[in-house]
Design a protein around this ligand. Sequence first.
Ligand code: ACO
Length: 333
Amino acid sequence: MYSSKITGLGFYVPDNVVTNDDLSKIMDTNDEWIQERTGIKERRWIPEGSDDTSAVMGAKAAKIAIERAGLTSKDIDFIVFATLSPDYFFPGCGIQIQEMLEMDTVGAIDIRNQCSGFVYALSTADQFIKTGMYKNILVIGAEFHSNGLDKTTQGRGVTVIFGDGAGAAVLTREEDTTKGILSTHLHSQGAYADKLIVESPSIRNWVPELMANPKDTSYFPEMDGKFVFKNAVVRFSEVINEGLEKNNLTVDDIDMLIPHQANLRISQFIQRKFGLSDDQVFNNIQKYGNTTAASIIIALTEAWEKGKVKDNNLVVLAAFGSGFTWGSVIIRW
Ligand code: ACO
């Protein structure tokens, strides 16, 4: 068995900054409400006329990650792409990356696990490397939320939270099994699927049916915010502890916790619960909003760029989101 190590990181966000004040011009909301409830000050939204999409942003992030890994796209053996906002209903974004980066005809899969998407993607890639099947895997998380949000007052409870962006990691085979990804932990609970959902268009409620029923707005995300919050704080804690216990580690061993950037209040709750200092938890939701499958990888990349993730550090990634799904990744950097 091998270990797998992150050898390259990159992220890309659109230039277009949308502040809370900008949102208050198009819906009944305000900076104070948004900051108090979520910690978000601004987010990036792909502007009209831009060519950016989930796949395009993912490719931009991937180019940076591959270069930083000291590789070329020809060295990549497999692609794992996590998104809930793919360019097409099918095929997935992974195959677009194969084409955009002029890669060999390597395999590509998409992961549809929303806010836990990057953790699931990393775990999937890790299994392929650990068993020796592949040496270098490109793992991408990307979201183009802004085109699918209800930008009227009716949608304000959800729309103010989400941002667009992409991040990518190159995962590489490592002989030293005390380094790299030590373990991954994945969970789901379908009973609460309707608590955070985009129901349509689906094959059950396809475009002709939607068009015939203008009152049906089930193509916008619906969220029971309080219920999501309560479950998130419990599951985040459980799955971080599960990862630590599996590796005979304790909270004192954590050098850096990177939680999915769901909501600053959720991250702060976890930080307090585990007694971690501000230096041990990285948050950037203030600038980018919640970028779902991209949030952890954007945050990890930014933390690493700022020198906050160092050799030999114990890095913990944790996510919770729609499904419900949740998971953690324990890494010896
Ligand atoms: N601006 C102003 N007022 C608003 C807005 C807004 N953007 N959105 C809702 N309101 C109003 C509501 O209409 C309501 O008004 P009312 O009392 O007159 O009916 C009031 O504010 C309170 O609304 P709630 O939905 O009860 O607000 P709450 O305090 O629960 O905060 C929030 C909502 C921020 C979504 C919170 O529930 C939360 O953080 N939940 C966690 C969910 C989360 O983080 N999801 C992220 C995506 S999922 C994930 O990544 C895990």
